[in-house]
Design a protein around this ligand. Structure first.
Ligand code: IPM
Ligand code: MG
Length: 357
């Protein structure tokens, strides 16, 4: 098969981790007889430097015309002084919105080989961690009105959070569909004791649940969910939640599995339209350019791209098996190494995974 993949290298460690993921994709293309055509789409701080805006029109077009988009990470202190409308993160939000990718799937699964990196008590970790956060990605407070005005001689800042029925309904369907292929349990996370959006959320999710009688649904307040994630993560199968709660809980979820550097994500919209694939971590400017980053999150994101956008299940598995094999052999980047373990760099980790495809 011949497929076009839009590539956003981004900022900080972005170019390093994307470089390793492309090496792995090349190995997959060779082994399975595919041709992947890479089209560069600058986005983030580097795009601000080159074009003055975080998401040039041309980049969005390239992404829309592709079969799938692979992204490293964007942002860094260099662009902190940019006006809010022109920050690197704004490029990412515009891209998500432009692609219409409303469903963000973020798995939290512990690789047995690195269970020692799990910060939770041993008896909790041993019960296993394997759930997925389904985060609404293009609604809520991220996309509501943002303004600062002056009232009574002081500044007042406002961010508006709103959700419409169709936005809730479509993400709920993704959660129930996902649960059907797993342990058939959905936990919907909200703050219905305080927020109106959450009350609508609950009502709509309950309506959708009726279409999935074989899937169990429970509701949880977000503060309790944050606590349950560290107390008893084994209880979760699929967590569905709104944009900002999902942002926060998915960082917590990833960290309890050992390292945020290992977790990929898939952002999906209408079937047939390109999905967006990225690791869930940021651009880590403090270690950029030092060959220290863990490329596994991005490499696994490339596997997701093959699975969800290109329909290449065997190829995706080949990548995931190669990652597991390298971890089982004991290879570790700094973020997942225990004291005394030998640490390898980003390039070496990429090479080892590539060789095992
Ligand atoms: C994420 C990130 C982004 C988000 C930032 C960079 C805008 O934290 O993908 O989780 O908040 O969605
Ligand atoms: Mg985040």
């Amino acid at each position: 098969m011949e497929k076009t993949i839009a590539i956003i290298r981004g900022d900080g460690i972005g170019p390093e981790i994307v470089g390793e993921a492309l090496g792995v994709l090349d190995a997959v293309a060779k082994k399975f007889g595919h041709k992947f055509i890479y089209k560069e789409a600058p986005m983030g701080g580097n795009a601000i430097d080159q074009f003055g805006v975080p998401l040039p029109e041309e980049s969005l077009k390239t992404c829309l015309a592709s079969d799938g988009v692979l992204l490293g990470a964007v942002g860094g202190p260099k662009w902190d002084a940019q006006p809010p409308e022109n920050r690197p993160e704004k490029g990412l939000l515009k891209l998500r919105n432009g692609l219409g990718v409303y469903a963000n799937l973020r798995p939290a699964k512990m690789f047995p080989a690195i269970s020692a990196a799990c910060p939770l008590r041993k008896d909790i970790a041993e019960r296993g961690i394997d759930f997925i956060v389904v985060r609404e990605l293009i609604g809520g407070v991220y996309f509501g009105e943002h303004k600062t005005e002056t009232r009574d001689n002081e500044r007042v800042a406002t961010d508006v959070m709103s959700y419409s029925e169709h936005e809730i309904r479509r993400i709920a369907h993704v959660a129930f569909q996902t649960a059907k292929g797993r342990r058939k349990k959905v936990t919907s996370v909200d703050k219905a004791n305080v927020l109106t959006t959450s009350r609508l959320w609950r009502e709509i999710v309950e309506g959708v649940a009726k279409e999935y009688p074989d899937v169990e649904l429970n509701h949880m307040y977000v503060d309790n969910a944050a606590m349950q994630l560290v107390k008893d993560p084994g209880q979760f199968d699929v967590i569905v939640t709104e944009n900002m709660f999902g942002d926060i809980l998915s960082d917590e979820a990833s960290q309890i599995t050992g390292s945020i550097g290992m977790i990929p994500s898939a952002s999906l919209g209408q079937p047939g339209r390109p999905g967006l694939y990225e690791p869930i971590h940021g651009s880590a400017p403090d270690i950029a350019g030092q060959d220290k980053a863990n490329p596994i999150g991005t490499i696994l994101a490339a596997a997701y791209l093959l699975r969800y956008s290109l329909g290449m299940e065997a190829e995706a598995r080949a990548i995931e098996d190669a990652v597991s094999a390298v971890l089982d052999e004991g290879w570790r980047t700094g973020d997942i190494a225990q004291t005394g373990e030998k640490v390898i760099g980003c390039r070496e980790m990429g090479r080892l995974i590539r060789e095992r495809i």
